[in-house]
Write a protein that binds this ligand. Structure first.
Ligand code: ADP
Ligand code: MG
Length: 636
């Protein structure tokens, strides 16, 4: 038996030190590369068998991964097509090497950030095994000639020399034996290999066995005292993957329960069930399958990005999908599998890639169609889900015009009585109440049911409807609605008195004349914080409060924007809080102030000023304490 020796990589410098040293950040992908090679070899064999080119029985095709801590080896063994000596020469010594060389060349010119972007998306292939090994062996026997061809052993110790010899190997297929180097001993730990197989190989289409698991097997004919069969613990080989993941099935073959089970398989640590799913399935003009889940967001919605997993033919590629799916969909969970997404390029290239754009557009459309379908078929169910899905939909509407187009028909507005309306429905409702067509239609809204309670009441007493916008994205959403529907304007219920917000043609008469108002204004200003509150009079009804605090809509929005870091308008220092103290000229207590002595005047004004601040949640600390004490004295 002859041993051939040869030199690989003779044309260029030795790439092994580079592979070892520079690709440290993602060493772990070597396992994905080797296991997917084993899967490829197995799939090829199956294909050959299916077209009659392999006649013999294929036998068990399970791929085995084994750790030998004593010998410090990690072995990946398949029963696929194997290789002849010529094929090893061609595929390993020449082709694989030159593509590894090319990769290393590309890699050397990149910045650290770009390196991280390409590695993991673009494997080195077989040669990635040298990232973690001091020596790599291949033992392989081809399927060709019905197993009568001699098997081959190839070995390379990380220097440019390799050796090849014929060996005795009875079983068809390939065995890759990695002699793990001393810096990478963690790849000899069972938990580590388990973790990696789980991450990269969980849904590969050929069974992969690693380690064992304990199962409880019933003992025949033996029952315990309750009559249940006794069980014994049995160690058996553990298959780590699901070869037939749900997304590969036809949607018509999958039940609701299957989708829930699959969700738990994807996110074993998630407590919540998903709200609903969308099964993606296209093969033209590109190939794409997958399942997207709308997750249930908690009240304080910790939105979790990077939950969607991207696969290429069932091989895990990445779970950071920005640039591949539209921004708002990165909030969804699930899997996308496509061999058509170019993975061997940088992210910036991805974003301008036409295929990626098409895929992105398709996913957006599918999501919109599914939502529209649920809305049409089960409006009530849709309304029940609304609170949970609202954030996704609003985000999509703000950021994705194509989505917005469709979503406008099913997006909902909720009022303070928990009733839901589409935009069209609400428009009709409000136009019916605010009949004056010449005036701009005002959509009243509240952002907090408790804090704006008295203002909401005041609007309802006048027969108006109040929307509830209490979501994190609502301020942006309101802006974008206003830009779109120029004939309406949004006003928060406490931004002015309702009578000013929705002006009537004739103003209500006033019980006070201008002179009386002038002197009252002076009395008020003496008792309040003039910096913060401007005193204005309005002819409200006797049943309204004697005084109310309002905050200009525009100013408040600027402040809100500033708070979320979005306003460049005011620069340093921030905007002051400025309010109006609206005094109800028609309230009996207000007229009464004019007839009292100074002490009593101050007392009444302080009290109604504090009550107004209390209704707006502005009374705090010492001032609140003073108010409480004063009120007790009043009762006494
Ligand atoms: P790629 O998988 O992209 O072709 P690799 O560097 O991973 O590149 O592998 C190089 C080649 O070596 C493969 O194309 C295949 O021909 C051969 N090969 C690698 N692993 C196996 C295996 N387990 N069984 C049969 N052939 C293999
Ligand atoms: Mg490969």
């Amino acid at each position: 038996m002859t041993v051939t020796k040869g030199k690989i990589g003779i044309q260029t410098e030795n790439i092994f030190p580079i592979i070892k040293k520079f690709l440290y950040s993602d060493h772990e992908i070597f396992l994905r590369e080797l296991v997917s090679n084993a899967v490829d070899a197995t799939q090829k064999l199956k294909t050959l068998a299916s077209i009659g080119q392999v006649k013999e029985d294929l036998g068990d095709l399970t791929i085995h991964v084994e750790v030998d801590k004593k010998k410090k080896t990690l072995t990946i063994r398949d029963r696929g097509i194997g290789m002849t000596a010529d094929e090893v020469e061609k595929y390993i010594n020449q082709i694989a090497l030159s593509s590894a060389e090319e990769f290393v060349k590309k890699f050397k010119t990149k910045t650290e950030a770009e390196k991280n972007a390409i590695i993991g998306h673009f494997g080195l292939g077989f040669y990635s095994s040298f990232m973690v090994s001091e020596k790599v062996e291949i033992k392989t026997k081809t399927y060709k000639k019905g197993g009568k061809t001699k098997a081959v052993r190839w070995e390379c110790d990380g220097s440019p020399e390799y050796s090849m010899e014929e060996i005795d190997k009875t079983d068809r297929g390939t065995e890759i034996i990695l002699h793990i180097d001393k810096d990478n001993q963690d790849f000899l730990e069972e938990y580590r290999i388990n973790e990696l197989l789980n991450k990269y190989c969980k849904f590969l289409p050929v069974p992969i066995q690693f380690g064992t698991e304990t199962i409880h097997e019933p003992i025949e004919g033996e029952n315990d005292e309750n009559g249940n069969p006794k069980t014994k613990e049995v160690e058996q080989p553990k298959i780590i993957n699901n070869t037939d993941p749900l997304w590969k099935k036809s949607p018509s073959d999958a039940k609701d329960e299957d989708y829930k089970t699959f969700y738990r398989e994807l996110y074993p640590y998630s407590m919540e069930e998903p709200l609903f799913h969308i099964h993606l399935n296209v093969d033209y003009p590109f190939n794409l399958t997958g399942i997207l889940y709308f997750p249930k967001v908690k009240k304080d919605y910790e939105l979790q990005r990077n939950k969607i997993q991207l696969y290429s033919n069932q091989v895990f590629v990445t779970d950071s999908v920005e640039g591949i799916v539209p921004e708002f969909l990165t909030l969804l969970h699930g899997v996308i599998d496509s061999p058509d997404i170019p993975l061997n390029v940088s992210r910036s290239y991805l974003q301008s890639d036409q295929n990626v754009k098409k895929i992105s557009g398709y996913i957006t459309k599918k999501v919109a169609d599914k939502l529209s379908e649920i809305f049409k078929n089960d409006r009530k169910g849709f309304e029940e889900k609304w609170n949970d899905i609202k954030i996704f939909i609003e985000y999509g509407m703000i950021s994705e015009p194509k989505f917005n187009e469709k979503a406008e028909k099913f997006a909902l507005l909720k009022n303070t009585d928990n009733e839901y309306f589409t935009f069209d429905e609400y428009k009709a409702k409000v136009e019916n109440i605010q009949k004056d067509k010449d005036k701009k239609i005002v959509y009243l809204y509240a952002s907090n049911l408790d804090e704006q309670y008295s203002y909401i009441q005041s609007a309802k007493e006048r027969g108006y409807d109040v929307l509830l916008f209490d979501g994190a994205l609502d301020p942006h959403f309101i802006n974008s609605l206003e830009q779109k529907f120029t004939d309406i304007t949004f006003a928060r219920v406490d931004s002015n008195t309702i009578d000013k917000l929705i002006a009537k043609d004739e103003e209500a008469p006033s019980k006070l004349d201008d002179k009386q108002k002038e002197s009252l204004k002076g009395f008020f200003e003496k008792n309040i914080n003039k910096e913060q509150f401007e005193v204005v009079f309005e002819n409200l009804s006797e049943t309204d409060m004697p005084a109310t605090i309002t905050q200009n809509e525009f100013m408040r929005r600027m402040k809100d924007m500033e708070a979320i870091g979005g306003s460049p308008m005011m620069g340093l220092g921030g905007l002051p809080d400025s309010y109006s103290l609206v005094v109800n000229a028609n309230h009996p207590i207000v007229s009464k102030i004019l007839t009292e002595d100074e002490n009593r005047q101050d007392e009444i004004i302080k009290q109604i000023y504090d009550l107004a601040r209390l209704s707006k949640n502005l009374l705090k600390g010492k001032e609140l304490d003073d108010f409480v004490r004063r009120s007790i004295q009043l009762v006494d």
